[in-house]
Design a protein around this ligand. Sequence first.
Ligand SMILES: Nc1nc2c(ncn2[C@@H]2O[C@H](COP(=O)(O)OP(=O)(O)OP(=O)(O)O)[C@@H](O)[C@H]2O)c(=O)[nH]1
Length: 522
Amino acid sequence: MLNKLFPVLNLRLLIVLLAFSAALATLISSFHSTYQVQKEQLISHTLKSNFAYANKLASATDDFLESAKQQLAYSANKIEQNINNAALLQEEVTRLNLQTNSFNSVVISKDGVINATSPYLPEIIGKSISSPGATQALKEKKPLISMPYMSAANNLIIFISHPLFNKEGSYLGYVGGSLYLKERNILNDLLEQHFYEGGSHLYVVDANKQILYHPDSERIGTSVANNKVINAVITGEAGQAVVVNSKGVKMLAGFSPVINSNWGVVAQRPIKATLASLDTLIMEVFARTLPMALATFILIGVFSYFISRPLKQLASSANRLDEVNSIEKLKRIKAWYFESQRLKLAMLNGVNILQTQIGQLKHDAQTDPLTNTHNRRSLNGLLSQLMLKQTPFAILEIDIDFFKRVNDTFGHDKGDEALKVLADIIKKISRKGDIVSRIGGEEFLLVLPHEDSQSALKIAERLRTTVETTQMETIGFITVSIGVATWPTHSNNIDQVYKCADKALYHAKEHGRNRCVVAEPS
Ligand SMILES: Nc1nc2c(ncn2[C@@H]2O[C@H](COP(=O)(O)OP(=O)(O)OP(=O)(O)O)[C@@H](O)[C@H]2O)c(=O)[nH]1
């Protein structure tokens, strides 16, 4: 079941899989950590630089407003002393306008009447002014930067003013200047200098979260709600944060307040734009790493081949240990590293032991242990081979005469000795190719290939006389009777040939023993 689910993997595939996944995991993890570290660095760096920009811009704006206030204070001082000199008033407002560029200036009396304007507009001199900035200035009677408001001509304006007092301290009115936030002015110029690319931009809000400056002029005058950066900056906080803007874009923002006007400057850049360069960088690193990674994978393939090869060869040899040349094949395997060497040696030892044992078992299965001649099973096999090859043969059935008496007289052990001596005699008489076999207790069979009855009878006679004349220790002399038959002359059926030899032997016994008889033709 398991094998069906997970087909057997070979060592090479396993090594390749293991090394490949390890290399891949290392590669992915190093790319991932490089990306993460770079990303964190980029984000942190962008946040810091945005904060620095916002800080710089806030302080520059602060400086501008402070300088405008100081210029107005200077002019106020001059005007206070010459409040009735209309020419000087006009000269002073003109100077203010020219100095600050687009800082439209006016002198207003304590009743709210326009005394001088720059640009010079004679048609409104002597008329009353009622704009929110003017009203606030008249009311508060102190140096002031107004809240931004919409002018009659639908311009977003801030009004900067300084009060006028005579020597006795009586209020005379004020001198002031308005900045048109949507139009080009010195504040715009200041902020636009720092506008940079890649979605980066900055904007300025007032204390009411109203946008005073934005690169998209449509946004000027609109309010921003639910923005934690703006919430923080209008309370006078400075810092940096990741924030989602009104369009749902994640931004890296730095923010800083403008103290003089309670405004806030925010410099921000979309995270996506910030990280775009990182994606390109990672792709470049990947492209440069690719050849090395490919080379590594090829090396893994080659190494896995050389590592697995000896084990694969040993495994395939293990399936054929019973082959004749298995030892030679094992010896030829190049086991070049420790484990494969040990395995090869162990297999060689195993094959040696196995083959010795198989040889021994084979010998035991085919041999009569007492006389070391072929047993009945082995004999049958050998005769089958002869018959298969159509090799004619004669059989000599040899039986010891009165062997019971030998046993009874000298004991069973001495009887065994006699059997061994007889076996040795038969072996000596036989030639190469003859088969000597013990087929019963005191019965032997000698197979003589290519011999006919007559020549077999001669050999039987020689055997009989040799036995008869061989003196055995303790026992003395024994005799044998021999029945001779031939295949296929007596019968084509081996059992019939046995029967013929039996009959011949019986005949020999019947006729006095110690004789050889050739079977009658069947
Ligand atoms: N020592 C010994 N005796 C055996 C062995 N196998 C059989 N015998 C004995 O061989 C004898 C065979 O006796 P019988 O078959 O009666 O024949 P015999 O005494 O040889 O007489 P004939 O064959 O008629 O000449 C028996 O006493 C068996 O016990 C053996 O392996 N060792």
